[in-house]
Design a binder for this molecule. Structure first.
Ligand code: ADE
Ligand code: ZN
Length: 338
């Protein structure tokens, strides 16, 4: 065994499955895009904006996240944002990324759906061409808006459907149960989209059950509150419906008091298919490898356990069976080489 465990994490091939592209907007880029688009920011400097990154809870974070996203206006802005994320992801050993975007945040300001999707997709295509980094795009509905708005957004996205693998559900969870979007998800499924949903982040374990039963979610984003319901944990383990866990996000948004009390270890021990992801890395102290490093430290994870998490990230992805097997073999070869 040579090298540090941090070095092992850096080189470990992995997939990232829970990443909001708007959550990769670094303060430097907020200022650069505001200037490019002639917008005035309510922060005096990059440092003043970064200093505001102390959150009480999910809503407190979302207020800043939606405000910062207003600097994204043109197709080029979305291209630059996505390209910067993909460069960082590639440096972290990410071989495949499944990326959320929040179109309602942009279309309600008058930004055309085409500017959003075309900008993101151009950067995804470039990364595949130049880095061999593959990807899928997931359109998220904002659950604090009404279901009719989500349905209209689905309609507006149809001209771009060849670029969009699935739909998701994010934003303020408490008081916005999955059932509110059952019809939208049913329609999306009928149109050939896969479905995932944020559930059990701030909301209860019952929302995870509802995301499975009412939305037919193929993966649960976060899902950490599942730990409160033993029957649900058993169901997740049996069905191998993956959880896309975001440890630093949970710490920053006070979903968990500190990482040593995060349910990750228990979920792994119960046989749940958990994966490690960064959620909104510009806001939560680092990209995917910072998350791997944080849980390695909190739970003293071994190289074999870290490789298991990386294997799970590909197993839980929407890559086709051949690509999945190839990536998993890469993880095994890397782990065997130590
Ligand atoms: N949108 C961006 N990040 C989110 C999170 N952690 N939970 C819900 N909605 C989000
Ligand atoms: Zn998220």
């Amino acid at each position: 065994m040579s090298g540090t465990i941090e070095h092992f994490i850096d080189g470990l091939p992995k997939a990232e499955l829970h990443l909001h592209i708007e959550g990769t907007l670094e303060p430097e880029m907020v200022f650069a895009l505001a200037e490019r688009n002639g917008l005035k920011l309510p922060y005096a400097s990059i440092e003043a904006l970064r200093a505001a990154y102390r959150f009480k809870d999910l809503q407190d974070f979302l207020n800043l996240y939606y405000q910062a996203a207003q600097v994204l206006v043109t197709e080029r802005d979305f291209f630059d944002l996505t390209r910067a994320y993909l460069a960082r992801a590639a440096a972290d050993g990410v071989r495949h990324a499944e990326i959320f975007f929040d179109p309602q945040t942009h279309t309600k300001r008058g930004v055309p759906m085409a500017a959003v999707v075309d900008g993101i997709v151009a950067a995804l295509a470039e990364a595949e061409r130049e880095r061999g980094l593959t990807s899928r795009l997931i359109l998220c509905f904002l659950r604090d808006l009404d279901a009719a708005d989500a349905m209209a957004t689905l309609d507006a996205a149809l001209p771009f459907r060849r670029h969009i693998a699935g739909v998701g559900l994010d934003s303020a969870e408490a008081g916005n149960p999955p059932a509110k979007f059952a019809e939208v998800f049913q329609r999306a499924r009928a149109l050939g989209f896969k479905g995932v949903a944020h559930a059990g982040e701030e909301g209860p374990a019952a929302y995870v059950t509802a995301a499975l039963d009412d939305l037919g979610a193929l993966r649960i984003d976060h899902g950490v509150r599942s730990i409160d319901d033993a029957a649900l944990v058993e169901r997740l383990a049996r069905s191998q419906v993956p959880l896309t866990v975001c440890p630093l996000s949970n710490q920053y948004l006070r979903v968990t008091p500190d990482l040593s009390r995060h349910p990750l270890r228990e979920l792994m021990a119960a046989g749940v298919l958990v994966t490690i992801n960064s959620d909104d890395p510009a806001y939560f102290g680092g990209y995917v490898n910072a998350n791997y490093r944080a849980v390695q430290k909190a739970f003293d994870l071994s190289r074999a356990e870290l490789a298991g998490l990386a294997r799970a990230s590909f197993a839980a992805s929407w890559l086709d069976a051949g690509a999945k097997a190839k990536r998993i073999a890469e993880v095994e070869a890397y782990a065997a080489a130590g």
